[in-house]
Design a protein around this ligand. Structure first.
Ligand SMILES: *Cc1c(COP(=O)(O)O)cnc(C)c1O
Ligand SMILES: [Zn+2]
Length: 411
């Protein structure tokens, strides 16, 4: 038994069971589980000063907050420790007077926040004695699993919808994953992967089903807390698909607060695409009864019509007194240019969606202009070059001729 864990609680029926490496959903009702901790124990083991003294810059520096004893014997990629960038130019352009920070999680080894979950999945698979891991994904969970597993010497079976952008599929192929492009929606892809995992007995890295993944994702907030000297921002803007990321972000802040390492809790800004916003629609109505939607947005990572973790996400938004904002594809494309031009950060569409939502929340008066805000960039723009070009346009093209250059630059 891992000392800091007290068990796994069902988010639906409340039953608490013991947490094993292969634990997935509630044995009683099939609900999604939440790993619970002994915060008195954590508090006795780690202080602000202990943390600040640690050399390890990766997500594993927060070992006392994680559902693991160690990180196993196989090699690991360097996940976490992404920069928190002060973004004054961006703040000015969107009319935010308080401090704004970009947490650039596109700087993870496979270029998305999903590395935090996949690194955790590989450690838990090793604890479970498995050597093959499978998942279904809109793309980034897949490429991060493939990369982290390749580093550790594990085999992977990956199910992605055939619409997945080329950059992500290329990553999968280079990392040596066995890739199945499913001709259907993310929902269809998820269903096929679940059947195959049952059939073959692979380790399951499916979002939500595996409660440990969120524990990896929450390290983004442990970092934000530490990077802001253990003072919470007023708001954190997050793009939402399945809901695991926003739930993980919330859990990280709650953990720090419960361990006495944060002064207060921030409010979440939950951002979805107008063409696919089942979680925000339910959140705005203050209900857990969400309704499936079409997957109609260019932001492929959050094109999730049937979210896998709606209850945890909705509870996180509600508990944090969160704000919901839906943005159009045009607003997402504009935010990609804005973040790039003002901050030097290249975000994929879902990576810029949080910032698109922040801008809109300010315009609509949903948040105060003097607030302090962290905007999470969840994935790097090189993953989806086609949409980046769509956002930014094509460059000048000329023969190698000075006169033509002068002519072009003067017009
Ligand atoms: C997965 C992902 C999200 C959303 O996370 P969910 O857990 O699906 O809500 C946002 N942005 C990027 C880049 C992602 O890969
Ligand atoms: Zn249950």
């Amino acid at each position: 038994m891992i000392r800091q864990i007290t068990g796994a609680r069902c988010t639906l029926c409340g039953a608490v069971t013991e947490a094993h490496p292969e634990t997935t959903v509630c044995p009683k009702c099939g609900g999604i589980l939440d790993i619970e901790y002994d915060y008195d124990y954590i508090r006795s083991k780690v202080s602000k000063y202990d943390l600040m003294d640690r050399g390890d810059p990766t997500m594993w520096r927060y070992m006392e907050f994680l559902p693991v004893e160690g990180i196993g014997k196989t090699p690991r990629l360097r996940v976490g420790g992404s920069p928190l960038l002060r973004a004054d130019h961006l703040a000015r352009e969107i009319g935010l007077n308080g401090p704004l920070y970009i947490k650039d999680d596109g700087q993870n080894p496979t270029a998305s926040l999903k590395d935090r979950a996949s690194a955790m999945a590989v450690v838990k698979a090793e604890e479970a004695g498995k050597t093959t891991i499978a998942c279904s994904s809109t793309g980034n969970a897949a490429s991060s699993l493939a990369g982290n597993a390749a580093r550790a010497g594990f085999k992977t079976f990956i199910f992605v919808p055939s619409r997945a952008p080329k950059g992500k599929v290329a990553q999968l192929m280079i990392f040596g994953a066995k890739v199945i492009l499913v001709e259907g929606s993310y929902e269809d892809t998820f269903r096929l992967s679940a059947e195959a995992i049952d059939h073959f007995g692979w380790y399951n890295r499916n979002a939500a089903i595996n409660p440990y993944l969120m524990e990896g994702k929450k390290t983004v907030s442990l970092e934000i807390g530490e990077q802001l000297s253990f003072k919470a921002p007023d708001y954190v803007a997050v793009s939402v698909g399945d809901g695991c990321t926003i739930a993980g972000v919330w859990k990280g802040f709650k953990d720090l607060y419960a361990a006495g390492l944060l002064d207060r809790l921030p409010r979440l800004i939950s951002v979805q695409a107008e063409g696919c916003c089942p979680i925000n629609t339910a959140a705005a109505a203050h209900t857990l009864d969400w309704v499936p939607q079409e997957e109609n947005t260019i932001a492929d990572s959050i094109a999730v019509g049937v979210p896998r973790n709606p209850v945890k996400a909705l509870k996180a938004i509600e508990e944090s007194h969160g704000v919901t904002v839906n943005v159009s594809d045009e607003e997402i494309l504009a935010a990609m240019r804005l973040v790039g031009r003002t901050s030097g950060v290249f975000a994929e569409p879902a990576g810029a969606t949080g910032t698109a939502g922040l801008k809109k929340a300010l315009e609509q008066g949903l948040i105060e202009r003097d607030a302090s805000v962290v905007s999470l960039v969840t994935g790097n723009g090189l993953k989806d070059v086609a949409n980046a070009i769509r956002s930014a346009g094509e460059p000048l093209q000329l023969p190698p001729d000075m006169d033509r250059l002068l002519q072009a630059l003067s017009s």
